[in-house]
Design a protein around this ligand. Structure first.
Ligand code: AMP
Ligand code: MG
Length: 403
């Protein structure tokens, strides 16, 4: 077991326990935000055939070169969706709609705004443009890899998959993550509560973080600070889930039962990371399932998820940490308030980042205690202040801006 390690080292150790996810074929209706498990090649050319980019007239460009008006004979009309059977000769034009196939012999389009119909003729008063013809395969050719493995399925990627001829695509199965909150003081929100108790909050926020990272959370509720109860819940969760996240019970106290049971009966790969808040997380395995032991303080549990658990999802999907899904992005900010760093630890002070004319500006607003979850809502990012450094007003520093 390694103790008191850097975030970089912790991430490396965690990456060794990434999951090997199988894939499943999911219909495009349900694939928003999923991650492609295989690259997709186009089944068609895009465009599939030469077609008009404008409503107007399909013509021969050479007929329309001279200044002033050109009179062309109308030989037909073609609409999007119609089979192409028309051909035009010099001096002729065919009415055409956007997306319709180009008649044989036509090599340019005159937009409808530059035309006037007079009987069987059309008077052309503007340029005929070859660039208004969309050429077969100019966007994508059949057989080209256009969506690579690891692509996060955005609305545009979903439309592209359909353009390429797919109605369902292979995506990674959602990793199932069991979430267990520990603590004698915890009761469920909106239940009866005694003076010395608090509402359990971490499992709800962590479940939402898991969802944001593309996982399927299962909350196992509250476990009191009893080793036997915890063992039972861990065993049960390890059967159902791909990985486990616990909250609380990882510090030095006598009641820090997650650390105790992991030491005695599980496997701890590391304990304590040089970050603040969030110092005492542990990582290891329970019944061969990766287990993240997050601290109980609500801000700490969220920030440890951000720094360690979220990158593990990226490892599992075989994508860069900076690629979606992620919880935000690293940026440079100018400090509007001074913040004090931490001795030998990366310091994650909560900041509110705004985009101003002169770049991103960051300020602090609420009490910064690691128990104050309101500070995570009143702000929208954190500093990434290197160990043993402070930030003065006007300093430009690294920060993480939440999505
Ligand atoms: P622990 O890590 O168990 O020592 O807990 C540290 C602090 O976080 C204590 O003040 C706990 O009451 C609080 N805490 C622990 N678990 C939760 C939870 N699930 N929801 C809200 N607060 C918690
Ligand atoms: Mg506790």
């Amino acid at each position: 077991m390694e103790v008191g390690i850097s975030i970089a080292r912790a991430k490396l150790l965690i990456s060794e326990s990434k999951l090997n996810l199988s894939s499943e074929n999911i219909h495009l209706d349900d694939v928003n935000g999923r991650i492609l498990a295989e690259g997709l090649i186009s089944k068609v050319n895009d465009p599939r055939f030469n077609n008009s980019a404008m409503d107007g007239w399909a013509v021969k460009e050479a007929d329309c070169r001279h200044a002033g008006e050109t009179v062309l004979k109308i030989v037909g009309t073609i609409q999007a969706g119609a089979e192409q059977t028309i051909s035009i000769n010099p001096g002729e034009a065919c009415k055409i709609t956007t997306g319709a196939p180009i008649p044989d012999g036509a090599d340019a389009i005159v937009i409808v705004e530059n035309s006037k119909v007079e009987g069987k003729n059309v008077i052309i008063s503007g340029q005929a443009k070859k660039s208004f013809i969309r050429i077969k395969g100019e966007n994508l050719s059949k057989g080209k890899l256009a969506l690579s493995k690891g692509t996060y399925m955005t609305p545009s990627a979903i439309s592209l998959a359909a353009t390429m001829g797919y109605d369902e695509v292979p995506v990674y199965r959602k990793p199932v993550i069991g979430i267990i909150s520990t603590g004698d003081e915890l009761v469920m929100p909106n239940s009866e509560i005694n003076e010395h108790q608090i509402f359990e909050s971490n499992s709800f926020g962590i479940a939402a973080l898991v969802e944001k990272m593309g996982g399927k959370p299962i909350r196992y509720g509250i476990v009191t600070d009893s080793i036997d109860e915890l063992r039972e819940t861990l065993n049960h969760a390890a059967e159902d889930c791909d990985a486990l996240i616990t909250s609380g019970g990882v510090s030095m106290g006598d009641w820090d039962i997650v650390r105790k049971i992991m030491e005695a009966e599980g496997q701890i790969n590391f304990w304590k990371v040089n970050m603040r808040p969030g110092g005492p997380p542990l990582f290891g395995e329970w019944k061969k399932k990766p287990l993240f032991g997050l601290p109980g303080n609500p801000v700490s549990s969220h920030l440890v998820f951000l720094m360690l658990v979220s990158p593990w999802f990226s490892n599992t999907y075989d994508i860069e940490e900076t690629a979606p899904p992620n919880l935000g992005r690293k940026v440079r900010v100018t400090m509007k308030d001074s913040v004090k760093g931490a001795k030998n630890k990366l310091c994650l002070r909560r900041i509110r980042i705004i985009s101003a004319n002169n770049g991103l500006q960051a300020s602090t607003h609420t009490h910064q205690g690691s128990g104050n979850i309101h500070s995570m809502v009143a702000h929208n990012g954190v500093t990434l202040l290197p160990p043993n450094t402070n930030a003065k007003i006007g300093d430009i520093i690294d920060a993480f801006w939440f999505n």
